[in-house]
Design a protein around this ligand. Structure first.
Ligand code: AHM
Ligand code: MG
Length: 374
């Protein structure tokens, strides 16, 4: 009877993390961080799902503009609080850096209560507990949120670094100017290249809620079974096909791209690329959805540099790097057009990066001289 139950419930994300911790692949702190990410993902999934029924509370603009000059949606702000507070509650976070926060924040000290009041430590937990942070989480709580009012898929993207030895990370003068000592420490710890990520993942809120993650040992996918409130493993080992026949980019920007990018897209579109087969265009404008499809079906996703945006649009730390880590772990590749995305040392939390990622053969065709070493 017990076996039957196990068979029906499958391997949950909690079970998976416990097994990895038992085998020494992740430590208990990282496992606890993933507990929080899982809980935050469930709450955000519920918020996104019910938003049209609570329009006044959840949809539309917040009336604030974030540090990147973008209008914040109500859901950007709410989901940022959900994700941030879930992580803080672990007591394992050194630093948190989000698309929706100007600067990285200390992950352990401040706890925001439901009324927005904050205290030095999480109520009922000891100061000691709140000071054990050794991980850094970078995240975009609701990527593609311009789609959310229309019920189009959106996602959460996250990456986890280990906190470096403070002696080893000094900020250059121009970056440390005007920051307190604490802020400097948080920023220095956050500016790590993607190749230092110890974990990364995304959650796609679509027809189903999908959580895809990597701890640097392949890529695993889970689906939220809302009837039991658990993420159940549905894809134990995701491998991207070596070549696809779909390209995904904002082709409206074609006149702004450089010539090699234009020539490449024109060629695959017409069936004049290496595969000699015409590619289909699929583009949601929600990175998580577009990349999830690319990962499963193969092909190429690109947000290249253009004349107006020399560094493209997507953010290195919490969009480009985590997605590139997942792609490489699934057997794909991720480049900027000049170098491997994971090799770039960030110089700012909200730094942008051009990305071209997907099936290895497709990425090689686009930029053979720049493809990463395998
Ligand atoms: P956001 O972080 O402000 O939501 O913007 C990121 C999104 C990505 O999800 C998507 O790939 C891209 O912006 C789409 O941009 P565009 O509308 O220029 O095609
Ligand atoms: Mg984003």
């Amino acid at each position: 009877e017990f076996e039957d139950v196990c068979e029906q419930t499958g391997v949950t994300l909690s079970r998976y993390c416990i097994e990895l911790a038992n085998r020494g692949i992740i430590d208990e702190d990282l496992s606890s961080i993933f507990n929080s990410i899982r809980e935050a993902a469930k709450v955000i999934s519920k918020l996104v799902n019910t938003a049209p029924l609570k329009q006044a509370e959840l949809l539309g603009l917040q009336g604030e503009i974030n540090v990147q000059g973008e209008d914040q949606k109500k859901l950007d702000v709410i989901t940022n609080d959900v994700f941030k507070n879930a992580l803080r509650y672990t007591g394992k976070m050194g630093t948190l850096a989000s698309e929706e926060e100007d600067e990285p924040v200390d992950g352990a000290r401040l706890w925001e209560g439901p009324d927005g009041e904050s205290s030095e430590v999480i109520p009922v937990l000891s100061e000691e507990f709140a000071d054990t942070g050794k991980y850094i989480c970078v995240f975009d709580p609701l990527d593609g949120s311009s789609n959310v009012d229309a019920g189009i898929p959106v996602g959460t993207i996250f990456g986890v670094f280990q906190e470096p030895d403070p002696a080893e990370c000094e900020l250059p003068d121009d970056l440390s100017k005007g920051l307190s000592e604490d802020q400097q420490r948080c920023l220095a710890g956050t500016l790590q290249p993607g190749k230092s990520l110890v974990a990364a993942g995304y959650v796609l809120y679509s027809a189903s809620t999908e959580l895809v993650l990597t701890f640097g040992q392949g890529v695993v996918g889970f689906t939220l079974d809302s009837s039991i409130g658990e993420f159940v493993m549905t894809r134990p080992s995701i491998k991207i096909p070596a070549r696809g026949k779909i390209y995904s980019c904002n082709q409206g920007n074609i006149n702004e791209w450089d010539q090699p990018m234009r020539d490449y897209i024109e060629a695959i579109r017409k069936g004049e690329g290496e595969s000699k087969k015409p590619y289909s265009l699929r583009y949601i404008g929600s990175m998580v959805g577009d990349i999830h499809r690319t990962l499963l079906y193969g092909g190429i996703f690109a947000y290249p540099a253009d004349k107006k945006n020399q560094d493209g649009k997507l953010r290195l730390l919490y969009e480009g790097a985590p997605m590139s880590f997942i792609m490489e772990q699934a057997g794909g590749k991720a480049i900027t057009g000049h170098s491997r995305v994971l090799d770039i040392p960030p110089v700012g939390v909200h730094q942008r990066v051009p990305v071209i990622l997907g099936s290895a053969e497709d990425v090689d065709e686009q930029g053979p001289e720049t493809a990463p070493e395998s």
